[in-house]
Each structure stands twice: as structure tokens, then as C-alpha cells.
Design a protein around this ligand. Structure first.
Ligand code: CMC
Length: 431
């Protein structure tokens, strides 16, 4: 951590406390309150972590006011246009763009780990067929710690590296198998001659009776979706992974915790919820009704795919996603997609509405992604698993950064207690 550049003064009951302030390379300064409880006997209170920096990181930076997302300094729109997912994985994991030789070596290591232990197939078969693929993924990824026990010692850098490669490599296989299982089709094994995105598409859509010819434009669109979701600094699921791993838990268990957190509709589950909402709206004439509901304080309905804790401007990922949606539908010859039509009209109507403008609510990454995924042939239940497989590299990068930090401490927040104070137990016959 950088040296303290200035101090903040806090006065409690007339007594002053000087708190160190640190500056990062970008973003707001932070006030170091680590010694506050020891010195002043008070905690700080910030339940949704709206003003709390939980760690010191060098991986991803978001400027929410400018609508900017940088991975290791590189803007997401440049990465989405010029790079590809595995190169972005390398960048997130190791800090720099790879040389051609480094990239080749990394891609080959990932490609050689795409199969899963054959016995893991039995795990899938234990689930009900109608299980949500996210439910299957939480369980199967957690179970990786049983199948890959030789890479669970977090104190060994080599095992950490092997676990990282295994997760990046196997997550598409696991997500595709969760899908195949849910539709009653046989699993399709990975093929090492295909690139990462094409391999995933084939594992989802090929059947033994007919192979799936991967369209390079669809594969590029899939790769771009992976890239746009690769990391997003300290969001809820990443913080979950960090908190889980702060106890020393193994990486597979921690990533399973991240998947569980991602599933919620306020987070990664929003892509499924958003497409379902757009389909429910159905036609542009019903948009005002849904906008009115989103604004109504007595109605819990929210415009899914809108708003963000950090972005108070356009989510840069949404811009790329919108352009991709146009390209994919065009390629597939889908000219008048009613859902895309509703999405575009809804975006226009919301952006022109003072409620959304005043609260700085803009479309987020989930607003257009579902339209692309649906056009590719994915059911809505697969949207969040695709987010999970893309985000795995971000979770792992953040986990690796945290584990190698010599200042690592178990995450243990405190609380403002409002319950009963000390009282004596009452025997049951006297209650
Ligand atoms: N529709 C209508 N009103 C909204 C929306 C929305 N989508 N989002 C926020 N608001 C209102 C909210 O009611 C509140 O109003 P008020 O100040 O009058 O009480 C104000 O805007 C601030 O909202 P908040 O809930 O305090 O903000 P937050 O930072 O805690 O929540 C959010 C961020 C993403 C959870 C929220 O905007 C939301 O629920 N959006 C819909 C779900 C969604 O699209 N999630 C995906 C996020 S991006 C991908 C990811 O992270 O996984």
C-alpha cells in the first residue's frame, strides 16, 4: 500500500483521532480506519459497502462517472474490439498482455485441461432434469475440490496456478454439461482443435447424430460476451469469493460461493430476468406501463438491465453489447426481432424519462446480452451460467492477488447490534 499522503481528522466526544489517507493511481482516496476500533472503541457503519474499499487491488478500475472500465489499464472497448477472451484472461491473471509465445503457451495449457474427470459425470446425473443449470454449477464446481484435491493447497504457488488453469479451462465444459443434462441430451466432450468460444458453442449445440458447424461470427460474438464479463472489480460475487477465501478455503469452494452469489437477480441473474421482462412487455405500446411500474415506490418491480452501483453513466459494456446484438441478428437474418425492438424503444423511453435521468440509471451489461444469447439458441436459464463461466477468470485473478498479499487477514465485519440486551433464561413452564 502507498504511503499516507494526508490525514483525516475524526472527532468523537471532543477527542480527535488522526486517520491516514491513501491515494491510489486512480479513483477516490481512502481513509484507513483499521486502527479506529482499537483507538476510539467505535466501528464504522456501511451495510451495502457503498463507501468502503475492502481491499487494495491492481486488476480492474471503474470510473463510474465517465462510464470507463479498465483491465490492468486497458479500456474494455479496446479489449472487446482488438483482443480476445483468452488473451484478456492472461492479462487479468498475470498483469500484462502476453507476448506471442506466452499466449501460445497459455492457450495450450488451458486447452489441455478442458476435459473433466470422468467420474464427475455421475454428479450431474444425480440432479433432477429440471434443475436450473446454475444450481448444477454451484454443486459441480464445489465438488471440483474433491476431484482435483492435488491443487487445493493454497500455500503452494504451483497448486494455485494449476487450480487457476483448471477452472478457466473446465468451466465451459461444466456449463455446457449442465445445459445438456437439463435438456436430456448426451454430454459432448471438448475438442482441442477449436478455440475457447467455438468449443463452448459446439459442446452446447452438437449432438452425436449431427455435429455443430461453428459459425466464426457467432463464435466471435460469444468470445466478446465472455470478454465483456471477465472481471468487474469488487462486485458482490467477487467480494464473496474474496471473503470465502480469506478463511483459507480452497479455490474451488470459493468459486462455487461466487457462483451462488452471482445467481441473484440484482447481480448476474439480471440477464435472464431482463430477457424475460422484455418478452413480457412484448410490444412497444406496453412500455409506458412498465416504466410507470418501475417508478412506483409501492411496486417492487425494477427495470432489469438498468442501473448500477458504480456506473452513473453508460455502462461501457452495454454499448459494445448493443452493437453486437445488431451484428448477430443481422448475420442470422433476423430482421425484425420483436424483443430487440422492445429493448431499443424501452432504452429510449427510459433515458428520456426524468426519473431515470435524475437517478443516473443507464442500461447495464445485462440489457442486450440476453438478446444475443437467445438468438444464438440459448434458453434464458443458460444466461447466468454463461456469465459465471466468463467471470471465473476475474474471480480467480482477484483470489490469486489476495492470497499472495502478505497482509491477508480473515474478513470479519462487525455490526451495529439492536437486539435484546442480557436477560435470564425462562423455563418453558413459565413462558
Ligand atoms: N429500475 C427502477 N428504479 C431503479 C432501478 C431500476 N432498475 N435501479 C435503481 N433504481 C432506483 C432505486 O429505486 C433507488 O431509488 P430511490 O433513491 O428513490 O430509493 C435508486 O434508483 C438507487 O437504487 P439502489 O437500489 O439504491 O442502487 P444500488 O446501487 O443499491 O443498486 C442495482 C444497483 C444494480 C442492484 C440496481 O440498479 C438494480 O436493481 N438494477 C436492476 C437489476 C440489474 O440490472 N442488475 C444488473 C447489474 S449489472 C451486472 C451485475 O452486476 O451483475
Amino acid at each position: 500500500m502507498a504511503e499516507s499522503t494526508k490525514t483525516a481528522k475524526l472527532t468523537i466526544d471532543g477527542k480527535d483521532y488522526d486517520l491516514p489517507v491513501y491515494a491510489g493511481t486512480s479513483g477516490p482516496d481512502v481513509i484507513d480506519i483499521r486502527k479506529l476500533y482499537g483507538q476510539a472503541g467505535v466501528f464504522t457503519y456501511d451495510p451495502g459497502f457503498t463507501s468502503t474499499a475492502s481491499c487494495d487491488s491492481t486488476i480492474t478500475y471503474i470510473d463510474g462517472d465517465r462510464g470507463q472500465l479498465l483491465h490492468r489499464g486497458y479500456p474494455i472497448d479496446q479489449l472487446a474490439e482488438k483482443s480476445h477472451y483468452l488473451e484478456v484472461c492472461y492479462l487479468l491473471l498475470y498483469g500484462e498482455l502476453p507476448s506471442p509465445a506466452q499466449l501460445e503457451d497459455f492457450e495450450s495449457r488451458v486447452t489441455n485441461h478442458t476435459m473433466i474427470h470422468e467420474q464427475m459425470m455421475y454428479l450431474f446425473r444425480g440432479y433432477r432434469r429440471d434443475a436450473h443449470p446454475m444450481a448444477i454449477m454451484v454443486g459441480v464446481v464445489g465438488a471440483m475440490s474433491a476431484f482435483y484435491h492435488d491443487s487445493t493447497d493454497i500455500s503452494d504457488p504451483w497448486q494455485r496456478e494449476v487450480a487457476s488453469i483448471r477452472m478457466v479451462a473446465k468451466m465451459p465444459t461444466i456449463a455446457a454439461m449442465a445445459y445438456k443434462y437439463s435438456i436430456g441430451q448426451p454430454f459432448v466432450y471438448p475438442r482441442n482443435d477449436l478455440d475457447y468460444a467455438s468449443n463452448f458453442l459446439r459442446m452446447c449445440f452438437a449432438v452425436p447424430a449431427a455435429d455443430y458447424e461453428v459459425n466464426p461470427i457467432l463464435s466471435r460474438a460469444m468470445d466478446r460476451i465472455f470478454t465483456l464479463h471477465a472481471d468487474h472489480e469488487q462486485n458482490a460475487s467477487t467480494s464473496t469469493v474474496r471473503l470465502a477465501s480469506s478463511s483459507g478455503a480452497n479455490p474451488f469452494a470459493c468459486i462455487a460461493a461466487g457462483i451462488a452469489c452471482l445467481w441473484g437477480p440484482a447481480h448476474g441473474g439480471a440477464n435472464q430476468a431482463c430477457l424475460e421482462m422484455l418478452q413480457e412487455i412484448g410490444t412497444p405500446d406496453r412500455i409506458p406501463e412498465f416504466i410507470a411500474r418501475a417508478k412506483d415506490k409501492d411496486d417492487p418491480f425494477r427495470l432489469m438491465g438498468f442501473g448500477h452501483r458504480v456506473y452513473k453513466n453508460f455502462d461501457p459494456r452495454a454499448k459494445v453489447m448493443k452493437q453486437s446484438a445488431d451484428e448477430v441478428l443481422d448475420l442470422l437474418g433476423i430482421e425484425d426481432n420483436p424483443t430487440l425492438q422492445v429493448a431499443k424503444e424501452l432504452e429510449k423511453a427510459a433515458l428520456a424519462d426524468p426519473y431515470f435521468a435524475d437517478k443516473k440509471l443507464f442500461p447495464n451489461v445485462d440489457f442486450y446480452s440476453g438478446i444475443i444469447l437467445e438468438a444464438m439458441g440459448f434458453p434464458t436459464s443458460m444466461f447466468t451460467p454463461i456469465f459465471a463461466l466468463s467471470r471465473t477468470v476475474g474471480w480467480i485473478s482477484q483470489w490469486k492477488e489476495m492470497i499472495s498479499d502478505p497482509q491477508l487477514k480473515i474478513g470479519r465485519p462487525r455490526q451495529l447490534y439492536h437486539g435484546e440486551t442480557l436477560r435470564d433464561y425462562v423455563d418453558i413452564e413459565n413462558r
